[in-house]
Design a protein around this ligand. Structure first.
Ligand SMILES: [Mg+2]
Length: 427
């Protein structure tokens, strides 16, 4: 039976290590590993360099493990979860980098934002992995899905940097999509339409299936099962006899079937906000207005995308010396238009803002989200605005964010978003 859904799985390659290499060009092309207790690791490295003898058993770093190895390190035998001392023994030149969770979560949130700008539903699976339901977004066929996948790849490259590559898999369920994305690394792109599902699963080793761990593989081997094709020849009754409720999962997996449910974790957000730290401080009211409008439009379009309007608005500013002010306002009628958000944000900021102090950051957050009512307001002008917004949202949904821009924000500085964008309140 042909499933109607199209599911995309995305997985960054050597995630923490790639992010470090993206952030620091001197680490690129080198065998590096990100370790859990990195600070100690670096101290010991410098001690070792000075020729001191290091006792293996009494240093915390020796007990730390490698959380991610770069592709260059992997090629030389360094593996995830390997003890740092062991990795060093295998590859003395290995550079051990202290983990920096803030960097990684910034890249994760950029990936999630990109996926959400296209997909019907997005579910984060781990720090560097997510599932997206792209059934509607792709137009329901695999040509559309392939084009959409390519667009997501291009966005990841632009927003996260060329060194943070990800592998993508597309199929009609989660199991196959993950298997597909994992079948080609780095920077892979594997599409498995339903008619290829059986041949594709047969080409993959048992342990590559998400949910078939080393213990299950061992038990399967003891039954004489060493490939998916043998597993497929087992009747369901035999598998449920051997593996109880897990038997059904194994039976489905062998036939390339799996869940196609992607649970969207932004279905009911409490707030939607965007802030921006400027590359150089803003020094005029005109610049403040322009940049606020850009932020207001972002907030507004994201709210509308998820079918919300807001009853509360907060605007805030941070100065060069990191001090700042902000204010919140409550509305009787919920709002969801960027211009309206801008006008209110300006009103909120104008009593306190001191432009000549140099503005480092601006932020706008909409909260008190209520479900947007579909009916058009009676006033003609309002209805025209609604219609225009609806058309613009359609354009954004189809061609991606940044496709249209208000004329008054054309000269804003932050068209390139690789450095500095912070998406607040993603959950
Ligand atoms: Mg990964």
């Amino acid at each position: 039976m042909r499933s109607e859904k199209i599911i995309l799985h995305i997985d960054f390659n050597s995630f923490f290590a790639s992010v470090e290499q993206q952030a620091n060009p001197f680490l690129r092309g080198k065998a590096i590993a990100v370790a859990g207790k990195g600070k100690e690791a670096i101290d010991v490295h410098s001690i070792e360099k000075k020729g001191a003898r290091v006792r293996v058993d009494n240093l915390p770093y020796m007990r730390s493990v490698i959380t991610t190895a770069s592709r260059e390190a992997k090629a030389q035998g360094i593996k995830t979860a390997m003890a740092t001392w062991e990795a060093r023994r295998i590859l003395p030149s290995l550079l051990i980098i202290p983990g920096d969770p803030r960097k990684y979560s910034e890249i994760t949130s950029r990936m999630m934002t990109i996926l959400r700008s296209y997909a019907d539903a997005v579910e984060q699976f781990s720090a560097d992995e997510a599932f997206a339901d792209i059934t509607c977004a792709s137009g329901g066929d695999y040509l559309g899905a392939t084009l959409l996948g390519e667009r997501i790849r291009a966005d990841i490259k632009r927003e996260c940097g060329a060194y943070c590559t990800a592998s993508i898999g597309i199929s009609n369920n989660r199991l196959l999509s993950k298997l597909a994305s994992e079948s080609f690394k780095p920077n892979g792109f594997t599409v498995v339409p339903p008619e290829d599902a059986l041949a594709f699963t047969a080409s993959r080793p048992l342990q590559d299936f998400c949910g078939i761990g080393p213990r299950i593989v061992k038990r399967l081997e003891s039954l004489g099962v060493t490939s998916i094709e043998t597993l497929r020849s087992f009747p369901l009754s035999r598998l449920t006899h051997e593996f109880k409720s897990y038997g059904q999962f194994l039976f489905d997996a062998a036939h390339g079937r799996g869940s196609d449910l992607v649970s969207d974790d932004v279905r009911d957000p409490k707030s939607v906000g965007h802030s921006y730290t400027f590359p150089s401080n803003l020094l005029s009211h005109a610049e403040v207005r322009k940049n606020l409008l850009f932020l207001a439009d972002r907030v507004a379009s994201r709210m509308r995308k998820h079918g919300f309007a807001s009853t509360h608005l907060t605007a805030y500013v941070r100065y060069e010396d990191f001090s700042g002010t902000g204010a919140t306002k409550k509305f009787k009628e919920p709002i969801c238009d960027g211009l309206e958000i801008l006008e209110n944000a300006l009103k909120l900021l104008s009593p306190t803002i001191e432009v000549d102090r140099g503005i480092r950051l601006l932020g706008v957050t909409a909260s008190g989200l209520t479900k947007l009512q579909g009916s058009f307001p009676l006033l003609h002008k309002e209805s025209q605005t609604r219609k225009a917004l609806r058309s613009l949202d359609k354009i954004t949904a189809r061609y991606g964010s940044g496709t249209w821009q208000r004329a008054s924000t054309l000269s804003t500085e932050f068209k390139e978003r690789v450095s500095g964008w912070h998406y607040d309140h993603e959950a």
